[in-house]
Design a protein around this ligand. Structure first.
Ligand code: NAD
Length: 248
């Protein structure tokens, strides 16, 4: 039986990591934590990522940016055309306005939600698996939600969002089955309510077990762990990171 080295801390030194959704919230915090741990970063988002890039570079990390829409297949493919990626933290996602059943554009909105929150993680994880398997393995981390397990933390959680996150959890299991034999580990975090642009109108903090919403960094550390070799025997897991809001 091989004896594994036991480092004193998680290190991402020498690892190149793609972080999507890196302009904001959980993705931005994840990029910063990974930079702290020594990773080289490729940041991706629809929006400009100057603030994230500055924070990452101020920590001495090498950083490239790729601005574009992940629903565009050619743009997504370009992310895997370069040098080896050791991990992908896919944090991009959307939650659209409510009430859903009064939304005149419901049909289009539903399809956009499924496109961004379900098709993109599937195709991204699939492309990442092919890329990483060809380069000796790696780690993929998707972002689900407590809403995908419970239906939502409040009555106002839109059903299209909850359904999309339940689908992400199912995809983690499906992708893991397909990827783990090729050295690629696929996991997810399922966050509870986190203070980001996505939840800017939420005031549910006092109703939660810890009396507050999570901070993006509190998701970034578990995501960084799942990107690292400290998670070398984990695949197919959905890690609850919700401050005790749901214990499943
Ligand atoms: N904030 C929460 O309470 C919470 C809870 C559970 C799960 N999540 C999930 O965490 C992830 C990150 O959310 P956040 O709270 O940081 O939100 P956020 O809105 O702060 O960040 C999401 C980022 O994704 C980017 N993005 C959206 N669509 C894109 C596309 N098509 N192509 C490229 N980039 C795109 C946005 O531009 C944005 O910068 C999402 O998947 C979200 O569903 C968030």
């Amino acid at each position: 039986m091989p004896t594994l080295p036991i480092p004193s801390a998680i290190s991402m030194q020498g690892k190149r990591v793609l972080v999507t959704g890196a302009a904001s919230g959980i993705g931005k915090a994840t990029a910063i934590v990974l930079a702290e741990l020594g990773a080289e970063l490729v940041l991706c988002d629809l929006s400009a990522m100057d603030a994230t890039r500055d924070e990452v570079q101020s920590r001495g990390a090498t950083c490239a940016t790729a601005q574009g829409d992940l629903t565009d297949g050619a743009f997504m493919a370009s992310l895997f055309a370069g040098e080896r990626l050791h991990a992908v933290a896919h944090c991009a996602g959307i939650l659209m306005g409510r009430p859903w059943n009064e939304d005149a554009n419901w049909n289009a909105r539903f399809h956009r939600m499924m496109d961004v929150n379900v098709r993109v993680p599937l195709e991204l994880a699939f492309a990442a698996t092919e890329h990483m398997a060809a380069h000796g393995g790696g780690h993929i981390v998707l972002v689900g939600s407590v809403a995908g397990k419970t239906g939502g933390t409040s009555l106002s959680t839109p059903p299209d969002y909850s359904a999309s996150k339940g689908a992400v959890h199912a995809l983690v299991k499906w992708m893991s089955r397909n990827a783990v034999g090729r050295g690629v580990m696929v996991n997810a975090v399922a966050p509870g309510p986190v203070q980001t642009a996505m939840t800017r109108n939420s005031n549910m903090g006092p109703t939660l077990p810890l009396g507050r919403m999570g901070q993006p960094e509190e998701l970034a550390w578990p995501i960084a762990f799942l990107c690292s070799s400290a998670a070398s025997y984990m695949s197919g897991a959905i890690l609850d990171v919700n401050g005790g809001a749901f214990v499943g």
